[in-house]
Design a protein around this ligand. Structure first.
Ligand SMILES: [Zn+2]
Length: 433
């Protein structure tokens, strides 16, 4: 049993001072004022200290690790242009070696940002490489093979049967593996590239194995118009007709929603991955997250790498608040506390892990990050959460713990060779000459 202590801790009740957590194996078994906790237990080790903030580690509810190699090449494009000209082209050239290098580089950046739970759409091929990399890192990976059985380039398009068979094989191999840290997520790309037959098979697999489905919906206006032509109704209404909406579905984006669609999502308890950085980068629009919260929906944050160029959850927290202020010209449209919740418990609930992670609570998994406060971001210390959201960056992350296990300590990544990952990426993923 070991102790994690901090000058500050962000709990569900608010910010606590001089606080400690007692960790046994993979769980938080007790927490409270440091002096009380220390008098109750005999610890074999103690980490943290007065100059640290203890926070639940973060959730990136939507990213594409295999797209990390397109960083810097795809600026100033709209969604379908970006996808067809750059992303699909790159995904068509993936090899197992490139896929592994992408996954390692992405998970390294997530870890250094304090993220321990992530949702990774990989690509059509080499998804096993992402699972193997997540296993190396000891993170809570929710990973899926992208499914496309129409309107796709030949290197990526599969038959419905092949797509489903491969998915079923991955579910059997990886779902709930690595002590339950790794979960499979069924990941049809989006309505435009997936037949109804494929979506119906996804639903069957989801039910049979109790596996979540995640896909993109209502991201750009062009996509919405195309879906309306195909479906004679909107994608969300169509997904509802197919019986896909529900707590086992996580939808990325959800920008262009009418009242009925918003009501359908909230009524069915469908999770949303809000990706403000990507939505700005591709000029897709702004999701109405204050309305989603008003309706009690589970909303998490996604970096949406590669549409956005980094995996810092701090960026997404900050952007998620700022964009609402500009959108509504109301400084109270969304608060920094709500942005923090998006990145922690909101994301955990949206990805179906709300009971296990996303908050400092007795009985929850020890998924924890320690942030240093002896830096400009937290000096002077006036409001811990406001400064975490508006001033902090991955540079403040000192220690990252997942499932009670230390993945990073004193800013050093313990589970991977950081230098090697960087030099391999420069070599293996090089594209621009
Ligand atoms: Zn995406």
């Amino acid at each position: 049993m070991y102790e994690i202590s901090g000058g500050f801790a962000i709990t569900r009740k608010g910010v606590e001072r001089d606080f400690s957590l007692a960790i046994q194996n993979d769980r938080i078994i007790d927490m409270g004022p440091s002096k009380d906790i220390r008098s109750k237990y005999k610890f074999s080790d103690s980490i943290g200290g007065k100059d640290m903030v203890i926070s639940p580690s973060f959730v990136d509810a939507h990213m594409h690790s295999f797209q990390v190699a397109t960083k810097g090449l795809t600026s100033d494009k709209s969604l379908l242009d970006w996808l067809k000209k750059y992303i699909w082209k790159w995904e068509g050239t993936l090899t197992p070696e490139r896929a592994r290098a992408c996954a390692r580089l992405s998970y390294l950046e997530l870890l250094k940002s304090g993220v321990t739970t992530f949702v990774d759409y990989t690509s059509v091929h080499h998804t096993d490489q992402a699972f193997l990399a997540a296993q190396e890192f000891g993170m809570r990976g929710n990973i899926g093979k992208t499914l496309m059985d129409r309107n796709s380039p030949s290197e990526l398009q599969e038959t419905t049967d092949d797509a489903i068979k491969d998915t079923a094989r991955f579910i059997r191999k990886f779902h709930c593996s690595d002590k339950g840290r790794l979960r499979y997520m069924i990941t049809p790309r989006f309505g435009i590239t997936c037949t109804d037959e494929l979506l119906a098979e996804c639903k069957k697999l989801s039910k049979k194995h109790d596996v979540m489905i995640t896909t993109h919906a209502h991201e750009s206006r062009f996509e919405v118009v195309t879906d309306k032509k195909n479906y004679k109704t909107s994608a969300i209404r169509h997904f509802h007709k197919l019986g896909l909406l529900g707590p086992n579905l996580l939808l990325a984006h959800c920008i262009w929603l009418d009242k009925t669609e918003m009501a359908l999502l909230s009524k069915t308890n469908t999770g949303v991955a809000h990706c403000p950085g990507s939505n700005m980068m591709l000029a897709s629009g702004i999701a109405d997250t204050p309305k989603m919260l008003e309706r009690g929906m589970n909303v998490g944050l996604g970096s949406d790498m590669g549409a956005y160029y980094n995996l810092s959850i701090f960026d997404q927290m900050r952007l998620s608040v700022m964009v609402q202020k500009v959108r509504s010209l109301d400084p109270n449209a969304l608060t920094h506390n709500q942005a923090f919740e998006f990145a922690t418990i909101g994301g955990a609930k949206a990805v179906g892990l709300g009971r296990q992670t996303g908050a400092l609570e007795i009985g929850k998994k020890a998924d924890i990050v320690l942030l240093r406060t002896r830096n400009t971001a937290f000096s002077p210390m006036n409001d811990v959460v406001a400064q975490l959201v508006y001033s902090a960056s991955p540079a403040c992350v000192d220690t990252v713990i997942c499932d009670g296990k230390m993945l990073m300590k004193d800013k050093a990544v313990l589970v991977a060779d950081e230098e090697r990952i960087i030099s391999d990426s420069k070599e293996i993923l090089k594209q621009a000459e």
